[in-house]
Design a protein. Structure first.
Lengths: 478, 112
Protein backbone atom coordinates (compact mmCIF):
# COMPACT_ATOMS: atom_id res chain seq x y z
CA UNK A 1 0.00 0.00 0.00
CA UNK A 2 1.41 3.39 -1.00
CA UNK A 3 1.29 5.98 1.77
CA UNK A 4 3.36 8.62 0.10
CA UNK A 5 2.52 9.47 -3.51
CA UNK A 6 5.84 10.22 -5.13
CA UNK A 7 5.91 9.92 -8.92
CA UNK A 8 8.62 7.48 -9.93
CA UNK A 9 8.42 7.79 -13.71
CA UNK A 10 7.96 10.58 -16.16
CA UNK A 11 9.04 14.17 -16.22
CA UNK A 12 7.97 14.94 -12.65
CA UNK A 13 9.81 11.98 -11.17
CA UNK A 14 12.66 12.97 -8.75
CA UNK A 15 16.23 11.74 -9.55
CA UNK A 16 17.12 8.08 -8.75
CA UNK A 17 18.64 8.52 -5.22
CA UNK A 18 15.73 10.62 -4.09
CA UNK A 19 13.32 8.01 -5.41
CA UNK A 20 15.13 5.29 -3.45
CA UNK A 21 14.91 7.50 -0.35
CA UNK A 22 11.22 8.00 -0.85
CA UNK A 23 10.72 4.27 -1.14
CA UNK A 24 12.58 3.65 2.16
CA UNK A 25 10.55 6.31 3.89
CA UNK A 26 7.42 4.63 2.65
CA UNK A 27 8.66 1.34 4.05
CA UNK A 28 9.31 2.93 7.45
CA UNK A 29 6.14 4.97 7.60
CA UNK A 30 3.85 1.99 7.83
CA UNK A 31 5.23 0.31 10.98
CA UNK A 32 5.60 3.67 12.70
CA UNK A 33 2.00 4.46 12.00
CA UNK A 34 0.93 1.15 13.50
CA UNK A 35 3.13 1.72 16.60
CA UNK A 36 1.65 5.16 17.04
CA UNK A 37 -1.83 3.71 16.93
CA UNK A 38 -0.87 1.06 19.55
CA UNK A 39 0.69 3.66 21.89
CA UNK A 40 -2.28 5.90 21.63
CA UNK A 41 -4.40 2.99 22.70
CA UNK A 42 -2.36 2.29 26.01
CA UNK A 43 -4.36 3.26 29.14
CA UNK A 44 -2.88 6.39 30.94
CA UNK A 45 -2.17 4.64 34.29
CA UNK A 46 0.24 2.17 32.69
CA UNK A 47 2.09 5.00 30.98
CA UNK A 48 2.42 6.91 34.25
CA UNK A 49 4.01 3.94 35.91
CA UNK A 50 6.39 3.38 33.03
CA UNK A 51 7.44 6.99 33.09
CA UNK A 52 7.93 6.89 36.85
CA UNK A 53 10.09 3.77 36.53
CA UNK A 54 12.06 5.40 33.75
CA UNK A 55 12.56 8.48 35.93
CA UNK A 56 13.85 6.37 38.82
CA UNK A 57 16.14 4.40 36.53
CA UNK A 58 17.60 7.58 35.05
CA UNK A 59 18.19 9.07 38.48
CA UNK A 60 19.79 5.83 39.63
CA UNK A 61 22.07 5.79 36.61
CA UNK A 62 23.13 9.37 37.21
CA UNK A 63 23.77 8.68 40.88
CA UNK A 64 25.81 5.63 39.98
CA UNK A 65 27.97 7.66 37.60
CA UNK A 66 28.39 10.59 39.95
CA UNK A 67 28.98 8.42 43.01
CA UNK A 68 31.56 6.27 41.25
CA UNK A 69 33.52 9.38 40.31
CA UNK A 70 33.17 10.93 43.77
CA UNK A 71 34.36 7.83 45.62
CA UNK A 72 37.26 7.57 43.19
CA UNK A 73 38.04 11.23 43.75
CA UNK A 74 37.98 10.77 47.51
CA UNK A 75 40.49 7.95 47.17
CA UNK A 76 42.67 10.08 44.89
CA UNK A 77 42.71 12.94 47.39
CA UNK A 78 43.65 10.60 50.23
CA UNK A 79 46.46 9.30 48.04
CA UNK A 80 47.68 12.88 47.72
CA UNK A 81 48.42 12.86 51.45
CA UNK A 82 49.63 9.32 51.69
CA UNK A 83 51.94 8.65 50.02
CA UNK A 84 51.98 11.76 47.80
CA UNK A 85 52.76 14.51 50.29
CA UNK A 86 54.57 12.14 52.63
CA UNK A 87 57.05 11.26 49.90
CA UNK A 88 57.32 14.78 48.53
CA UNK A 89 58.15 16.28 51.93
CA UNK A 90 60.02 13.20 53.13
CA UNK A 91 62.58 13.40 50.36
CA UNK A 92 63.26 17.06 50.99
CA UNK A 93 64.42 16.71 54.61
CA UNK A 94 67.64 15.23 55.94
CA UNK A 95 67.85 11.47 56.26
CA UNK A 96 67.62 11.52 60.04
CA UNK A 97 64.15 13.10 59.84
CA UNK A 98 62.57 11.23 56.93
CA UNK A 99 60.25 9.02 59.00
CA UNK A 100 59.14 11.83 61.27
CA UNK A 101 58.23 13.97 58.25
CA UNK A 102 56.25 11.15 56.66
CA UNK A 103 54.59 10.42 59.96
CA UNK A 104 53.28 13.99 60.10
CA UNK A 105 51.17 13.22 57.03
CA UNK A 106 50.29 9.68 58.01
CA UNK A 107 49.14 10.24 61.57
CA UNK A 108 46.83 12.99 60.33
CA UNK A 109 45.14 10.45 58.06
CA UNK A 110 44.13 8.74 61.26
CA UNK A 111 43.66 11.65 63.68
CA UNK A 112 41.70 13.99 61.42
CA UNK A 113 39.45 11.14 60.30
CA UNK A 114 38.23 10.50 63.81
CA UNK A 115 37.86 14.18 64.63
CA UNK A 116 35.92 14.69 61.40
CA UNK A 117 33.56 11.84 62.13
CA UNK A 118 32.88 13.00 65.65
CA UNK A 119 32.51 16.76 65.22
CA UNK A 120 34.66 18.16 62.41
CA UNK A 121 32.20 17.53 59.61
CA UNK A 122 29.37 19.04 61.56
CA UNK A 123 31.32 22.20 62.39
CA UNK A 124 32.20 22.60 58.72
CA UNK A 125 29.06 21.61 56.90
CA UNK A 126 26.28 21.64 59.45
CA UNK A 127 24.04 24.67 59.39
CA UNK A 128 24.90 27.10 62.16
CA UNK A 129 26.13 30.67 62.04
CA UNK A 130 27.77 32.30 59.01
CA UNK A 131 31.14 31.59 60.60
CA UNK A 132 30.88 28.10 62.06
CA UNK A 133 28.56 25.16 61.61
CA UNK A 134 26.40 23.63 64.29
CA UNK A 135 26.23 20.22 65.87
CA UNK A 136 23.45 18.68 63.78
CA UNK A 137 25.87 16.17 62.25
CA UNK A 138 27.63 15.31 65.53
CA UNK A 139 28.84 11.69 65.34
CA UNK A 140 27.71 11.81 61.70
CA UNK A 141 24.11 11.77 62.83
CA UNK A 142 21.86 11.99 59.79
CA UNK A 143 24.68 11.49 57.33
CA UNK A 144 23.56 8.45 55.41
CA UNK A 145 22.75 7.10 51.98
CA UNK A 146 20.31 9.78 50.96
CA UNK A 147 21.77 12.79 49.19
CA UNK A 148 22.14 16.14 50.86
CA UNK A 149 20.47 18.34 48.27
CA UNK A 150 22.52 21.43 49.16
CA UNK A 151 25.92 19.81 48.81
CA UNK A 152 25.58 16.87 46.41
CA UNK A 153 22.08 16.18 45.10
CA UNK A 154 23.07 13.06 43.16
CA UNK A 155 25.37 11.30 45.61
CA UNK A 156 24.84 9.84 49.09
CA UNK A 157 25.52 12.36 51.85
CA UNK A 158 28.14 9.97 53.20
CA UNK A 159 30.01 10.22 49.93
CA UNK A 160 30.16 13.98 50.24
CA UNK A 161 31.23 13.72 53.88
CA UNK A 162 34.04 11.29 53.20
CA UNK A 163 35.20 13.28 50.18
CA UNK A 164 35.43 16.43 52.25
CA UNK A 165 37.26 14.47 54.94
CA UNK A 166 40.18 13.92 52.56
CA UNK A 167 40.52 17.70 52.19
CA UNK A 168 40.42 18.09 55.95
CA UNK A 169 43.29 15.59 56.15
CA UNK A 170 45.63 17.10 53.60
CA UNK A 171 45.24 20.70 54.73
CA UNK A 172 46.96 20.30 58.11
CA UNK A 173 49.45 17.91 56.54
CA UNK A 174 50.65 20.76 54.33
CA UNK A 175 51.55 22.82 57.39
CA UNK A 176 54.06 20.19 58.44
CA UNK A 177 56.34 21.50 55.72
CA UNK A 178 57.05 24.54 57.86
CA UNK A 179 57.84 22.89 61.17
CA UNK A 180 59.62 19.84 59.79
CA UNK A 181 62.76 18.62 61.54
CA UNK A 182 62.06 20.35 64.87
CA UNK A 183 58.47 19.98 66.08
CA UNK A 184 57.69 17.73 69.00
CA UNK A 185 55.37 14.91 67.92
CA UNK A 186 53.05 15.07 70.92
CA UNK A 187 52.69 18.82 70.58
CA UNK A 188 51.95 18.37 66.89
CA UNK A 189 49.04 16.04 67.68
CA UNK A 190 47.52 18.57 70.06
CA UNK A 191 48.20 21.42 67.64
CA UNK A 192 46.48 19.61 64.77
CA UNK A 193 43.45 18.66 66.85
CA UNK A 194 42.88 22.28 67.80
CA UNK A 195 43.73 23.61 64.33
CA UNK A 196 41.26 21.29 62.61
CA UNK A 197 38.44 22.54 64.82
CA UNK A 198 39.39 26.21 65.19
CA UNK A 199 40.81 27.10 61.78
CA UNK A 200 39.89 24.48 59.17
CA UNK A 201 36.24 23.79 59.99
CA UNK A 202 35.33 27.48 60.31
CA UNK A 203 37.05 28.44 57.03
CA UNK A 204 35.47 25.45 55.26
CA UNK A 205 32.14 26.47 56.68
CA UNK A 206 32.44 30.07 55.61
CA UNK A 207 33.29 29.14 52.02
CA UNK A 208 31.46 25.87 51.45
CA UNK A 209 29.00 25.39 54.29
CA UNK A 210 25.34 26.25 53.94
CA UNK A 211 24.88 29.82 55.10
CA UNK A 212 28.59 30.42 55.18
CA UNK A 213 29.62 34.09 55.13
CA UNK A 214 31.69 33.72 51.98
CA UNK A 215 29.70 30.98 50.28
CA UNK A 216 29.12 31.80 46.64
CA UNK A 217 26.03 29.68 46.21
CA UNK A 218 24.47 28.83 49.56
CA UNK A 219 23.65 32.18 51.08
CA UNK A 220 26.95 33.96 51.57
CA UNK A 221 26.93 37.67 52.36
CA UNK A 222 30.15 38.15 50.42
CA UNK A 223 30.04 35.41 47.79
CA UNK A 224 33.51 34.21 46.90
CA UNK A 225 34.45 31.56 44.37
CA UNK A 226 36.64 28.81 45.71
CA UNK A 227 36.04 25.71 43.69
CA UNK A 228 38.31 23.22 45.45
CA UNK A 229 39.95 25.09 48.31
CA UNK A 230 42.35 27.88 47.39
CA UNK A 231 41.40 29.74 50.55
CA UNK A 232 40.14 26.83 52.64
CA UNK A 233 43.13 24.58 52.04
CA UNK A 234 46.10 26.46 50.69
CA UNK A 235 45.88 29.89 52.27
CA UNK A 236 44.96 28.56 55.70
CA UNK A 237 47.70 25.95 55.66
CA UNK A 238 50.31 28.12 53.98
CA UNK A 239 49.85 31.12 56.24
CA UNK A 240 49.63 28.92 59.33
CA UNK A 241 52.87 27.40 58.14
CA UNK A 242 54.52 30.81 58.19
CA UNK A 243 53.28 31.46 61.71
CA UNK A 244 54.65 28.09 62.81
CA UNK A 245 58.00 28.72 61.14
CA UNK A 246 58.33 32.08 62.86
CA UNK A 247 57.13 30.82 66.25
CA UNK A 248 59.24 27.67 66.35
CA UNK A 249 62.27 29.44 65.00
CA UNK A 250 65.00 28.29 62.68
CA UNK A 251 66.44 24.80 62.67
CA UNK A 252 69.75 24.26 64.47
CA UNK A 253 72.44 25.32 62.03
CA UNK A 254 70.13 27.08 59.58
CA UNK A 255 71.13 28.70 57.27
CA UNK A 256 74.88 28.17 57.54
CA UNK A 257 74.78 24.39 57.69
CA UNK A 258 74.16 22.41 54.53
CA UNK A 259 70.70 20.88 54.65
CA UNK A 260 70.16 19.38 51.28
CA UNK A 261 67.23 17.14 50.35
CA UNK A 262 68.34 13.62 51.17
CA UNK A 263 66.29 11.85 48.49
CA UNK A 264 64.93 13.84 45.56
CA UNK A 265 63.86 10.59 43.92
CA UNK A 266 61.07 10.06 46.44
CA UNK A 267 60.17 13.74 46.31
CA UNK A 268 59.76 13.33 42.57
CA UNK A 269 57.49 10.32 43.02
CA UNK A 270 55.48 12.23 45.61
CA UNK A 271 55.05 15.21 43.30
CA UNK A 272 53.76 13.00 40.48
CA UNK A 273 51.29 11.36 42.85
CA UNK A 274 50.15 14.84 43.87
CA UNK A 275 49.57 15.83 40.23
CA UNK A 276 47.51 12.73 39.46
CA UNK A 277 45.68 12.84 42.79
CA UNK A 278 44.81 16.49 42.29
CA UNK A 279 42.37 15.52 39.56
CA UNK A 280 40.30 14.07 42.38
CA UNK A 281 40.85 17.24 44.38
CA UNK A 282 39.73 19.66 41.67
CA UNK A 283 37.57 17.71 39.25
CA UNK A 284 35.93 15.92 42.17
CA UNK A 285 34.86 19.26 43.56
CA UNK A 286 32.18 19.29 40.88
CA UNK A 287 30.47 16.66 43.07
CA UNK A 288 29.28 15.07 39.85
CA UNK A 289 30.73 13.32 36.82
CA UNK A 290 29.52 15.77 34.22
CA UNK A 291 31.02 18.47 31.99
CA UNK A 292 32.01 20.71 34.92
CA UNK A 293 34.20 17.94 36.32
CA UNK A 294 35.80 17.62 32.89
CA UNK A 295 36.35 21.35 32.68
CA UNK A 296 38.00 21.38 36.12
CA UNK A 297 40.14 18.36 35.18
CA UNK A 298 41.32 20.06 32.01
CA UNK A 299 41.98 23.45 33.62
CA UNK A 300 43.92 21.73 36.42
CA UNK A 301 46.12 19.83 34.03
CA UNK A 302 47.02 22.73 31.78
CA UNK A 303 47.69 25.11 34.65
CA UNK A 304 50.09 22.61 36.18
CA UNK A 305 51.91 22.03 32.92
CA UNK A 306 52.30 25.78 32.42
CA UNK A 307 53.53 26.28 35.97
CA UNK A 308 56.24 23.65 35.52
CA UNK A 309 57.53 25.49 32.48
CA UNK A 310 57.19 28.86 34.21
CA UNK A 311 59.23 27.88 37.27
CA UNK A 312 61.74 26.00 35.17
CA UNK A 313 62.29 28.94 32.83
CA UNK A 314 62.67 31.40 35.69
CA UNK A 315 65.17 29.17 37.45
CA UNK A 316 67.09 28.43 34.27
CA UNK A 317 67.49 32.15 33.63
CA UNK A 318 68.47 33.01 37.20
CA UNK A 319 70.67 30.08 38.23
CA UNK A 320 71.79 28.72 34.87
CA UNK A 321 70.48 25.17 35.27
CA UNK A 322 66.84 23.94 35.43
CA UNK A 323 66.63 21.72 38.49
CA UNK A 324 64.31 18.77 38.89
CA UNK A 325 63.37 20.07 42.32
CA UNK A 326 62.36 23.29 40.62
CA UNK A 327 60.28 21.53 38.01
CA UNK A 328 58.33 19.48 40.56
CA UNK A 329 57.92 22.51 42.81
CA UNK A 330 56.55 24.38 39.82
CA UNK A 331 53.99 21.65 39.32
CA UNK A 332 52.84 21.93 42.92
CA UNK A 333 52.64 25.72 42.65
CA UNK A 334 50.44 25.42 39.56
CA UNK A 335 48.21 22.86 41.19
CA UNK A 336 47.79 25.13 44.20
CA UNK A 337 46.95 28.22 42.19
CA UNK A 338 44.42 26.53 39.90
CA UNK A 339 42.64 24.94 42.87
CA UNK A 340 40.19 27.78 43.55
CA UNK A 341 39.80 28.55 39.85
CA UNK A 342 39.49 25.06 38.42
CA UNK A 343 35.74 24.92 37.99
CA UNK A 344 35.37 28.51 36.86
CA UNK A 345 37.96 29.25 34.20
CA UNK A 346 38.66 28.20 30.64
CA UNK A 347 41.84 26.37 29.58
CA UNK A 348 43.75 29.38 28.26
CA UNK A 349 43.31 31.47 31.42
CA UNK A 350 44.25 28.31 33.34
CA UNK A 351 47.56 28.27 31.49
CA UNK A 352 48.10 31.92 32.35
CA UNK A 353 47.32 31.26 36.01
CA UNK A 354 49.82 28.40 35.94
CA UNK A 355 52.64 30.47 34.46
CA UNK A 356 52.07 33.29 36.94
CA UNK A 357 52.03 30.87 39.87
CA UNK A 358 55.17 29.12 38.69
CA UNK A 359 57.14 32.32 38.36
CA UNK A 360 55.80 34.08 41.49
CA UNK A 361 56.32 31.05 43.72
CA UNK A 362 59.81 30.56 42.33
CA UNK A 363 60.78 34.04 43.43
CA UNK A 364 59.01 33.62 46.79
CA UNK A 365 61.01 30.53 47.50
CA UNK A 366 64.36 31.55 46.10
CA UNK A 367 64.55 35.27 46.84
CA UNK A 368 61.94 36.44 49.31
CA UNK A 369 62.51 33.68 51.83
CA UNK A 370 66.24 34.34 51.85
CA UNK A 371 65.64 38.07 52.20
CA UNK A 372 63.41 37.76 55.26
CA UNK A 373 65.30 34.84 56.70
CA UNK A 374 62.42 32.74 58.05
CA UNK A 375 62.94 28.98 58.07
CA UNK A 376 59.92 27.65 56.21
CA UNK A 377 61.74 24.36 55.76
CA UNK A 378 59.73 22.93 52.87
CA UNK A 379 58.25 26.15 51.50
CA UNK A 380 54.69 25.56 52.63
CA UNK A 381 54.13 29.32 52.81
CA UNK A 382 55.94 30.19 49.61
CA UNK A 383 54.04 27.67 47.53
CA UNK A 384 50.72 27.14 49.29
CA UNK A 385 50.20 30.41 51.09
CA UNK A 386 51.25 32.66 48.22
CA UNK A 387 50.19 30.31 45.39
CA UNK A 388 46.77 29.97 46.98
CA UNK A 389 46.39 33.74 47.36
CA UNK A 390 47.44 34.38 43.76
CA UNK A 391 45.04 31.70 42.54
CA UNK A 392 42.16 32.94 44.64
CA UNK A 393 42.51 36.49 43.33
CA UNK A 394 42.94 35.38 39.71
CA UNK A 395 39.78 33.31 40.11
CA UNK A 396 37.91 36.58 40.49
CA UNK A 397 39.54 37.78 37.28
CA UNK A 398 38.96 34.78 35.04
CA UNK A 399 35.76 33.18 36.40
CA UNK A 400 33.24 33.03 33.59
CA UNK A 401 29.65 31.95 33.20
CA UNK A 402 30.67 30.13 30.04
CA UNK A 403 32.28 27.52 32.26
CA UNK A 404 30.09 27.68 35.36
CA UNK A 405 26.84 29.62 35.21
CA UNK A 406 26.10 29.81 38.93
CA UNK A 407 24.53 33.23 38.66
CA UNK A 408 22.03 32.22 35.96
CA UNK A 409 23.39 34.42 33.19
CA UNK A 410 24.92 37.15 35.32
CA UNK A 411 28.65 37.82 35.28
CA UNK A 412 30.90 35.51 37.31
CA UNK A 413 34.19 37.37 37.19
CA UNK A 414 36.14 40.25 35.66
CA UNK A 415 36.22 38.74 32.17
CA UNK A 416 32.43 38.57 32.24
CA UNK A 417 32.26 42.17 33.38
CA UNK A 418 32.07 41.83 37.18
CA UNK A 419 35.13 43.56 38.60
CA UNK A 420 33.60 43.46 42.05
CA UNK A 421 34.16 39.74 42.23
CA UNK A 422 37.88 40.36 42.53
CA UNK A 423 37.15 42.38 45.66
CA UNK A 424 35.07 39.52 47.05
CA UNK A 425 37.98 37.20 46.41
CA UNK A 426 40.28 39.55 48.29
CA UNK A 427 37.89 39.56 51.23
CA UNK A 428 37.87 35.78 51.28
CA UNK A 429 41.68 35.81 51.23
CA UNK A 430 41.76 38.26 54.12
CA UNK A 431 39.46 36.06 56.17
CA UNK A 432 41.64 33.04 55.51
CA UNK A 433 44.85 34.94 56.30
CA UNK A 434 43.38 36.46 59.44
CA UNK A 435 41.92 33.23 60.77
CA UNK A 436 45.13 31.38 60.04
CA UNK A 437 47.35 33.95 61.73
CA UNK A 438 45.27 34.50 64.84
CA UNK A 439 44.09 30.91 65.24
CA UNK A 440 47.49 29.37 64.69
CA UNK A 441 49.27 31.76 67.02
CA UNK A 442 46.86 31.12 69.87
CA UNK A 443 47.00 27.35 69.33
CA UNK A 444 50.80 27.40 69.30
CA UNK A 445 50.83 29.31 72.56
CA UNK A 446 48.55 26.73 74.15
CA UNK A 447 50.54 23.78 72.87
CA UNK A 448 53.78 25.38 73.97
CA UNK A 449 52.43 25.96 77.45
CA UNK A 450 51.06 22.43 77.82
CA UNK A 451 53.72 20.34 76.07
CA UNK A 452 56.42 22.52 74.55
CA UNK A 453 56.31 22.63 70.77
CA UNK A 454 59.98 22.32 69.89
CA UNK A 455 62.21 19.35 70.65
CA UNK A 456 65.33 20.08 72.66
CA UNK A 457 68.60 20.73 70.90
CA UNK A 458 70.08 17.27 71.49
CA UNK A 459 67.00 15.54 70.12
CA UNK A 460 67.00 17.79 67.09
CA UNK A 461 70.64 17.11 66.28
CA UNK A 462 70.17 13.38 66.84
CA UNK A 463 67.23 13.46 64.44
CA UNK A 464 63.52 13.18 65.05
CA UNK A 465 63.27 9.66 63.62
CA UNK A 466 65.17 8.34 66.57
CA UNK A 467 64.31 10.90 69.24
CA UNK A 468 60.55 10.96 68.57
CA UNK A 469 59.88 7.54 67.06
CA UNK A 470 62.79 5.29 68.00
CA UNK A 471 63.47 4.31 64.41
CA UNK A 472 65.78 4.75 61.48
CA UNK A 473 64.43 5.33 58.00
CA UNK A 474 67.06 3.36 56.12
CA UNK A 475 68.88 0.34 57.54
CA UNK A 476 71.02 -0.67 54.61
CA UNK A 477 73.24 -2.85 56.75
CA UNK A 478 70.42 -5.15 57.87
CA UNK B 1 103.00 -7.83 53.96
CA UNK B 2 101.81 -4.48 52.77
CA UNK B 3 98.32 -2.97 52.82
CA UNK B 4 97.86 -0.89 49.72
CA UNK B 5 95.06 1.66 49.99
CA UNK B 6 94.13 3.47 46.77
CA UNK B 7 91.59 6.27 46.60
CA UNK B 8 90.61 6.71 42.97
CA UNK B 9 88.04 8.30 40.69
CA UNK B 10 84.82 6.23 40.65
CA UNK B 11 84.78 5.98 36.86
CA UNK B 12 88.25 4.38 36.94
CA UNK B 13 87.14 1.47 39.11
CA UNK B 14 86.41 -0.99 36.30
CA UNK B 15 89.75 -0.39 34.54
CA UNK B 16 91.63 -0.73 37.83
CA UNK B 17 89.88 -3.96 38.83
CA UNK B 18 90.57 -5.50 35.41
CA UNK B 19 94.22 -4.50 35.58
CA UNK B 20 94.66 -5.99 39.05
CA UNK B 21 92.93 -9.20 37.98
CA UNK B 22 95.33 -9.25 35.05
CA UNK B 23 98.35 -9.52 37.35
CA UNK B 24 96.70 -12.10 39.57
CA UNK B 25 95.50 -10.02 42.50
CA UNK B 26 92.19 -11.60 43.57
CA UNK B 27 91.49 -10.19 46.99
CA UNK B 28 90.40 -6.60 47.52
CA UNK B 29 87.88 -4.57 49.48
CA UNK B 30 86.08 -1.71 47.79
CA UNK B 31 84.31 1.13 49.61
CA UNK B 32 82.45 4.17 48.32
CA UNK B 33 83.85 7.21 50.08
CA UNK B 34 83.70 10.99 49.88
CA UNK B 35 86.55 13.36 50.23
CA UNK B 36 88.88 15.78 48.52
CA UNK B 37 92.50 16.74 48.21
CA UNK B 38 93.24 19.81 46.16
CA UNK B 39 90.23 19.24 43.91
CA UNK B 40 87.59 21.90 44.47
CA UNK B 41 83.99 20.84 44.96
CA UNK B 42 80.99 22.49 43.39
CA UNK B 43 77.99 24.55 44.43
CA UNK B 44 74.47 23.15 44.28
CA UNK B 45 71.40 25.35 44.40
CA UNK B 46 68.19 24.10 46.03
CA UNK B 47 65.26 26.47 45.87
CA UNK B 48 67.46 29.50 45.94
CA UNK B 49 69.80 28.31 48.70
CA UNK B 50 73.41 27.71 47.68
CA UNK B 51 75.21 24.74 49.15
CA UNK B 52 78.96 24.24 48.83
CA UNK B 53 79.53 20.58 48.19
CA UNK B 54 83.23 19.91 48.79
CA UNK B 55 83.04 16.24 49.61
CA UNK B 56 83.38 14.49 46.30
CA UNK B 57 82.53 10.86 45.61
CA UNK B 58 85.56 8.56 45.31
CA UNK B 59 86.23 4.83 45.49
CA UNK B 60 88.69 3.27 47.95
CA UNK B 61 90.36 -0.03 47.04
CA UNK B 62 92.22 -1.87 49.77
CA UNK B 63 94.29 -4.96 49.35
CA UNK B 64 97.01 -6.76 51.32
CA UNK B 65 99.83 -8.23 49.24
CA UNK B 66 103.16 -9.99 49.96
CA UNK B 67 106.10 -7.56 50.21
CA UNK B 68 107.55 -8.94 46.97
CA UNK B 69 104.47 -7.98 44.97
CA UNK B 70 103.92 -4.50 46.38
CA UNK B 71 105.82 -2.55 43.72
CA UNK B 72 104.19 -4.39 40.84
CA UNK B 73 100.73 -3.83 42.30
CA UNK B 74 101.39 -0.12 42.83
CA UNK B 75 102.66 0.35 39.27
CA UNK B 76 99.59 -1.44 37.87
CA UNK B 77 97.26 0.64 40.00
CA UNK B 78 98.83 3.93 38.97
CA UNK B 79 98.73 3.09 35.26
CA UNK B 80 95.12 1.95 35.37
CA UNK B 81 93.73 4.76 37.56
CA UNK B 82 95.59 7.75 36.14
CA UNK B 83 93.80 10.32 33.98
CA UNK B 84 96.37 13.07 34.39
CA UNK B 85 93.92 15.55 35.92
CA UNK B 86 93.58 16.89 39.47
CA UNK B 87 91.33 14.52 41.44
CA UNK B 88 92.99 11.26 40.28
CA UNK B 89 93.52 10.28 43.91
CA UNK B 90 96.28 8.84 46.08
CA UNK B 91 97.82 5.53 47.16
CA UNK B 92 98.99 4.87 50.71
CA UNK B 93 101.10 1.89 51.77
CA UNK B 94 101.01 0.45 55.27
CA UNK B 95 102.87 -2.35 57.05
CA UNK B 96 100.64 -5.25 58.04
CA UNK B 97 101.35 -7.05 61.33
CA UNK B 98 99.50 -10.30 60.58
CA UNK B 99 97.05 -11.87 58.13
CA UNK B 100 94.78 -14.84 58.97
CA UNK B 101 92.43 -16.83 56.74
CA UNK B 102 89.30 -17.41 58.78
CA UNK B 103 88.29 -20.62 57.05
CA UNK B 104 91.40 -22.62 57.90
CA UNK B 105 93.77 -20.57 60.06
CA UNK B 106 96.37 -20.00 57.30
CA UNK B 107 98.81 -17.30 58.38
CA UNK B 108 101.15 -14.76 56.74
CA UNK B 109 101.65 -14.81 52.97
CA UNK B 110 99.75 -18.09 52.76
CA UNK B 111 96.66 -16.28 53.96
CA UNK B 112 96.78 -13.74 51.13
Amino acid sequence: MRILSVPTTGALAPPMPLRKCARSLTALALPLLFAGISLAQTPPADLEKRLADLDKATKSAQMAGDNAWMLTSAALVLMMTGPGLALFYGGLVRRKNVLSTMMHSFVLMALISILWAVVGYSLAFGEGTPFIGGLRYLFLNGVGGDPNVDYGPTVPHQTYMVYQLMFAIITPALISGAFAERMKFSAMLLFMTLWALVVYSPQAHMVWGKGGFLNGTLGGKIPAWDFAGGTVVHITSGVSALVCALYLGKREGYPSETMRPHNLVISFIGACLLWVGWFGFNAGSAVAAGPLATSAFVATHFATAAAVLGWMTAEWMVVGKPSVLGAISGAVAGLVAITPASGFVKPMPAILIGVIAGVVCYFMVSKVKQKFGYDDALDAFGVHGIGGTVGAILTGVFATKEVNDLRMGKAMGLVDGDAGQVVNQLVACLFAWGLAIVGTYIILKICDAVLGVRVNKAAEIEGLDYSQHGEEGYNFES
Amino acid sequence: MKRIEAIIQPHKLEDTKEALKGIGVDGMTITEVRGHGRQKGHTEVYRGMEYKVDLLPKVKIEMVVPDTRADEVIRTLVTAARTGKIGDGKIFVYEVAEAIRIRNDDRGDAAL
